[in-house]
Design a protein around this ligand. Structure first.
Ligand code: BGC
Length: 732
């Protein structure tokens, strides 16, 4: 084990979709699941491009599975290569995390008894993000005719939660383009297509080159919506035929719609050969890893797994586009249809804020750009200010499905309430904006954008607060906190406290602006109508917001939490499903079992405000009440940090491994749908803020290492105010 390679040594059709997810490759512009080039029954072959959404039933809009660049058929003496036919003598797949190259090596015997070794390598160039590259090397055991059919398939389908298939693309044009300066035989092909509803145009272009083996024939098949190059070669026994396939994508999000095809063709002209394309990609990856890598010595599994999780974040991170966000399943599967949640701000953003602030800024700018949609949502609900959608896609409108068909009985619809009442996301976004500022010292961004985000969300919180005349306090009633096992609750501690924080931070930021950027402050005061009376109301809400707690310092999940039924979680073992699946939505709602530990999460976010004793009290109370194994995948990384904070390294390690394994080992049984992005992002926080004990303030940073006993070394880097800092615990 070299700490960088994720390997699979056996073909296991029962784990097909799981493996497709973990062998996803990408470059922050697009990503492609680990489906086989030649296809396999039931495969979910996807390439998702950031921001390319199209309307879909129930889920409002979804990432449109883009024309497929993988399509490559291999025929050995006329027999079509497929892992579902003939005999697979050996199978090995490797993902090299260092450079994002996926390699598959198969020894195959055809139904008629011909043998060949087939090696396919592919990567999505990090150096040239519109470009994807593939190389197939075929070695036949005896003299054979080898035929390759390389296409762009313009008919990819998206798959709904219950297996229903949906098309998103209408064909516009295709053809052959002969680059004047090149050999006639090597012309490139293009496909021009457009999403049905959002009308995003896409140009894809393909070049196919045989570099080894004697090409005996080459044809262009002008099959509608699947332009194809066919290459034939006669190979002698043991001779290797090598074919390279390059595909480029441009959409009307990138360039003018009239230019998408031209831009895609141009991109191919920059390709010289495989080695150059490979080297440029590897060099770009080196830069990423120099910022992001985490070194763990003394634990091979954790070392590889942390890199795998970071890799998943890096291939999803928009480096060049600030109009997109990272979906809860990155770009690696159909789950959550590419929609973004609070997962970004609370779980993924810290990784980027500290290791790649330019990426964090893009993600925050996405929210800033969509402020008007958030204002519209607040207004539609009768409030002032900005209320961000629980699920967000391209326009910033709420895209949480309101109703979805039940898994158990398709004729029954289930009401999804999160889009209506899971309101904490507006404070989460403000929190992330502030955290970005504290860590980077990017005053300009705060003045230009961050302050407006923080002030307008505060405005929402003041409007949404309800005055309880009897108790003489403000309340937020009928909400869902992060813990989604309990809906329609009153005064969820996390929501109330973070709303209060949002209001206070808005006042502080306004003060800061007054002294550092008086003109901007004046402009915002006018634009957002921040009158003295309004600010007075904010202070009143801050002072009188209800924060349910017991006198001993136990913070209450929500107002009536202790009246719910206590459940001994151990008594439910063994189980392989969540408590909610076990007891039903209503059943779980009536218990004290938590999907994720809100109170501990809040204590993590506002860690300077609680004493160690109070953290311990709450940790000990909520830990046995949380469904760690099958509840939310977002929980374990935060639980790791809190276990570190209360000095329980063994518990911390257990939660950490649960987060690290979420996708690699499919511990929740739903990795088929895509990578658990929040879990992946959270693992970096567990490293830095948990085991590293890193604390950051406007004044500087400190560490307080608490490594698992068997770890010999932990090293990572982070940026503080523009300068890279190195933490190396136990190293030389
Ligand atoms: C979790 C939410 C999360 C969403 C998307 C839900 O199951 O409870 O906290 O935002 O998944 O990952």
């Amino acid at each position: 084990m070299n700490g960088w390679t994720v390997a699979q040594s056996e073909l296991d059709a029962t784990r097909q979709h799981h493996h497709e997810t973990i062998f996803t490759i990408g470059n922050g512009y697009l990503a492609t699941r680990g489906a086989f080039e030649e296809g396999y029954p039931q495969d979910r072959r996807t390439t998702f491009l950031h921001g390319v959404f199209d309307a879909a039933p129930f889920v409002v809009t979804e990432l449109a599975n883009a024309p497929d660049w993988l399509a490559l058929e291999i025929l050995l003496n006329g027999e079509r290569f497929a892992l579902s036919r003939g005999t697979v003598i050996s199978f090995a797949r490797e993902l090299d995390l260092r450079n994002g190259v996926l390699t598959r090596r198969v020894e195959w015997e055809s139904p008629r008894g011909d043998r060949a070794t087939i090696l396919v390598e592919r990567f999505c160039s990090l150096a040239a993000p519109h470009l994807v590259c593939m190389r197939a090397s075929i070695t036949a055991a005896r003299a054979s005719e080898i035929e390759l059919r390389a296409s762009i398939n313009g008919n990819p389908l998206s798959e709904g939660a219950q297996g229903e298939k949906l098309a998103h693309w209408e064909f516009l044009a295709q053809g052959l383009s002969r680059a004047a300066s090149r050999d006639e035989r090597d012309g490139d092909v293009f496909l021009h297509t457009r999403t049905f509803q959002s009308r995003i145009e896409l140009g894809a272009a393909m070049r196919v080159i045989a570099t080894h083996g004697k090409e005996t024939a080459r044809e262009f098949w002008d099959a509608r919506n699947a332009p194809t190059f066919v290459l034939r070669a006669n190979a002698s026994a043991g001779e290797t035929v090598v074919v390279e396939k390059y595909v480029s994508y441009f959409t009307s999000r990138d360039v003018d719609a009239a230019r998408v095809v031209e831009a895609a063709l141009q991109e191919l002209n920059a390709v010289t050969n495989w080695n150059d394309a490979f080297r440029a990609n590897a060099a770009a990856w080196q830069v990423e890893w120099a910022r992001t890598d985490v070194v763990i010595e003394g634990d091979e599994e954790a070392q590889l797994a942390i890199r795998f999780n970071l890799f998943q974040m890096l291939i999803a991170a928009p480096r060049l586009d600030d109009r997109v966000n990272i979906g809860a399943k990155t770009l690696s599967g159909f789950g959550y249809r590419g929609h973004a949640f609070w997962d970004t701000e609370i779980f993924m953003l810290p990784l980027f804020i500290y290791t790649a602030p330019h990426i964090a800024k893009n993600l925050l700018n996405y929210r800033y750009r969509l402020l008007n949609a958030a204002r519209a949502k607040a207004k539609a609900n009768g409030f002032e200010g900005a209320q961000f959608p629980w699920e967000s896609a391209d326009t910033g409108e709420e895209v949480t499905p309101t109703w979805i068909p039940s898994y158990l009985d398709r004729s029954q619809l289930i009401r999804i309430w999160t889009g209506d009442i899971e309101i904490h996301i507006s404070a989460d976004i403000a929190y992330a904006a502030h955290q970005y500022w504290v860590a980077t010292g990017d005053d300009e961004w705060l003045m230009d954008k961050g302050a407006e985000l923080i002030l307008d969300t505060a405005k929402f919180w003041a409007a949404r607060a309800e005055w309880n005349e009897k108790e003489k306090r403000y309340e937020y009633n009928d909400v869902i906190g992060p813990d989604e096992y309990h809906d329609h609750v009153n005064n969820n501690y996390y929501t109330n406290r973070l709303a209060q924080w949002n209001l206070q931070t808005a006042l502080d930021v306004l003060e800061w602006l007054k002294s550092h950027a008086p003109t901007k402050s004046q402009q915002l005061v006018e634009q957002l109508d921040l009158s003295p009376a309004r600010l007075e109301k904010w202070r009143d809400v801050i002072a009188k917001i209800y924060l349910p707690a017991l006198p001993n310092g136990l913070l209450l999940q929500f107002q009536d939490y202790l009246e719910r039924q206590a459940v001994d979680l151990a008594a439910l073992e063994p189980r392989t499903i969540s408590v909610q699946a076990l007891l039903g939505i209503e059943g779980a709602n009536e218990t004290q079992v938590l999907k994720q530990p809100d109170v501990l999460m809040l204590m993590y976010l506002l860690q300077n405000e609680f004493s160690r004793d109070q953290v311990r009290l709450n940790y000990d109370f909520y830990t046995p009440r949380t469904d760690h194994t099958y509840g939310s995948s977002l929980g374990p990384s935060i639980q790791t940090i809190m276990a570190c904070a209360v000095g329980k390294p063994d518990d911390a390690y257990e939660h950490f491994m649960r987060a690290l394994r979420a996708d690699l080992y499919d511990v929740r049984g739903n990795a088929d749908d895509g990578i658990h992005a929040a879990s992946a992002g959270g693992t970096w926080q567990a490293i830095a803020f948990g085991f590293g004990g890193l604390r950051i303030t406007r004044e500087g940073w400190t560490i307080e290492p608490r490594l698992p006993q068997h770890w010999k070394r932990l090293a990572f880097r982070f940026f503080y105010h523009g300068e890279q800092q190195v933490v190396d615990i136990g190293g030389e």
